[in-house]
Design a binder for this molecule. Structure first.
Ligand SMILES: [Zn+2]
Ligand SMILES: [Zn+2]
Ligand SMILES: [Zn+2]
Length: 282
């Protein structure tokens, strides 16, 4: 079953350009001053999120502070579900922008998160979930808990999203495998139990923050080594800071690894078993 993945945002928590920064990458991300080189649109990076679309269904992983503008840019008119990776601001602060989309859903819009993330979402958006505040235009959402078990599944419209434990500094957060693809943002490492869950991938998306090591995010050399170890057919890096200039970084990467950029679309098989059955005519 073919699906399309769209990078709504490929940037780190501060976005690129980073506020107040005059580095070459930040300057190249916006309209340059007269006499400066032409802008590099792929260096303009909003906060990390992906849209996955198949058979008329739309699922988003994370809704950060840029979600409103991202949804307009991607032409999102309806959503069927949202999956969350963890409770940091750059991944959840756009939850309230789900309101108009939730009003158009036939029932409440389902959100899925692990326990710590669900608690954070309920605390920050308490007016949405508290029975005391029944604000009439709150988001009409149901927040479902994903069990902490590795490969715990969220089944949506013939596809299965499996929880992949991801190390993010001192935290363990949630990555997802769905069919032949995996999305592992905010990764500093992978616990051993996650490695077998990532075998045989066509498409691996993982964090690569910058050239130098960082306590809570993987850096370029570490992410390249992880790709070599997991051996997907192709890999794309995301959660990128102003430390990586798009064109020169891409030129130096192995041919099966690219930097993602906002608006990039990829196709992949979201339910390989179903596709095999279709091929067999069964
Ligand atoms: Zn993040
Ligand atoms: Zn900068
Ligand atoms: Zn984070």
């Amino acid at each position: 079953m073919q699906a399309t993945l769209t990078f709504l945002g490929s940037g780190t928590s501060m976005g690129v350009p980073t506020l107040g920064c005059d580095c070459a990458v930040c300057l190249s991300a916006v309209s340059p001053a007269p006499g400066q080189p032409a802008p590099s649109p792929h260096n303009r990076r909003t906060r990390p999120s992906v849209l996955i679309s198949w058979q008329g269904h739309n699922v988003v992983i994370d809704t950060g502070p840029d979600f409103h503008a991202q949804a307009i840019a991607a032409g999102i008119r309806r959503l069927d579900a949202v999956l969350y990776t963890h409770g940091h601001a750059d991944h959840i602060l756009g939850m309230d922008d789900l309101r108009p989309l939730s009003f158009h859903s036939p029932g409440n819009l389902p959100l899925y998160a692990d326990e710590p993330t669900a608690l954070t979402i309920e605390r920050i958006f308490n007016y949405t979930f508290s029975s005391e505040h029944s604000y009439p235009t709150s988001a009409r959402v149901d927040l479902h808990r994903i069990p902490a078990t590795p490969s715990a599944a969220v089944d949506l419209f013939g596809a299965s999203f499996l929880r992949i434990p991801v190390t993010h500094g001192r935290q363990t957060i949630t990555g997802y495998r769905f069919g032949s693809a995996a999305y592992l943002t905010d990764l500093s490492d992978l616990p051993p139990e996650s490695l077998p869950l990532l075998a045989g991938l066509d498409l691996l998306i993982l964090d690569a923050l910058r050239p130098d090591p960082h306590p809570t995010h993987s850096h370029l050399a570490k992410s390249i080594a992880l790709v070599e170890r997991l051996a997907p057919r192709r890999a794309f890096f995301t959660h990128i800071s102003h430390g990586l200039d798009h064109e020169p970084t891409n030129a130096a990467l192995p041919p099966n690894i690219r930097l993602a950029y906002d608006g990039l679309q990829l196709t992949f098989d979201i339910a390989p078993e179903a596709s095999e059955k279709q091929k067999d005519g069964s």
